[in-house]
Design a protein around this ligand. Sequence first.
Ligand SMILES: [Ca+2]
Length: 188
Amino acid sequence: MRRILIAIGAALAALAVVPVAAHAESGTGRHCAVQLTQDGPRHQCFGTFRQAIAFGTDGAITSAPDATAAATDPGFQAEVEHPATRAANVLIGIEYDATNFGGNTFSVFRYAACTGPTNDVDKQIVDLDVIGWNDKVSSFRTYNNCIADHYYLTNFGGVHTGYLGSSATMPVINGTNMNDNARSIRWS
Ligand SMILES: [Ca+2]
């Protein structure tokens, strides 16, 4: 009996040293978050969408659903639009690499919700290539009173989608299919 207990103890000890993999890698993960702070952008990528949202919200939301589910989850929307969450960093949009809110994502955060009028620009990314997302966006979601305008060229050049709330696919504008063709984005 004693020999069996020793064997069980050794097995438990072996289990205890299995490393816990929960690390974030900058720039290599499938799910990225960009905080557009007043001091400049903070950009980090993670293995899971949940980790990206936790980073973007400064730890306010640590139990986000997976990225596709989040796009249509009223509970997730309520959480990211809750005043307590917005006190830290405000989620303004999620960009998806695949249609129907699928594939890799990058989530964009700023210090406040968007203001009502669309004749002002609340936040923008001049060149998506800087974060490795040129010609990738295939669907997107917006939050916190923001709407997004996707442009064909850098620095808001070429055709653009016009301000849209959320879309499971990208529109065709003047004969240009904006799917996998966005190079810069404005939120208002
Ligand atoms: Ca895509």
